[in-house]
Write a protein that binds this ligand. Sequence first.
Ligand code: PNS
Length: 159
Amino acid sequence: MPLALYPGTFDPFTYGHLDVLKRTLRLFDRVEVTVAVNAGKETLFTPEERVALARECAENLGPSVEVEAFRGLLVDRATERGAAALVRGLRQVSDFDYEFRMAFANRKLAPEVETIFLTPSEEHTFVSSTVVRDVHRWGGDVSKFVPPPVVEALREKRR
Ligand code: PNS
């Protein structure tokens, strides 16, 4: 039963992430959404909150999706879980540079683990967690960018 890891910071989980996750499920029997807790970034949501939100957003997709927090090297997680691939979403050309560097670094570290890039639907091309946090910061409506549990969690953050 081939397993893929879908890693990221997910701060927070967006409709773009959900789209890529659904596409991954067309290719793999099982997917672990791997929430990185050491991405070297300041996050709005704690690791526990990011995991809980991704779980809520993915719950309709059934038991083939797991959401787990992870600290360390991604390829170590992939090896530990016996994952065949790492899946990353590619939205636009500007994502390429960073993604290619990461894919080649991961390949050097673990040649047996493939990186697969999936493209979300056009309507999610410009959705990113950064945009969501920015719109939220200035009081904008994020409901077109993130699933309802995240809308609610952002509302809670404001209180
Ligand atoms: O959603 P993001 O922030 O673009 O995800 C980046 C992430 C978490 C996938 C990346 O930072 C990562 O893999 N971190 C774990 C540490 C690691 O394995 N680093 C080597 C890859 S270059």
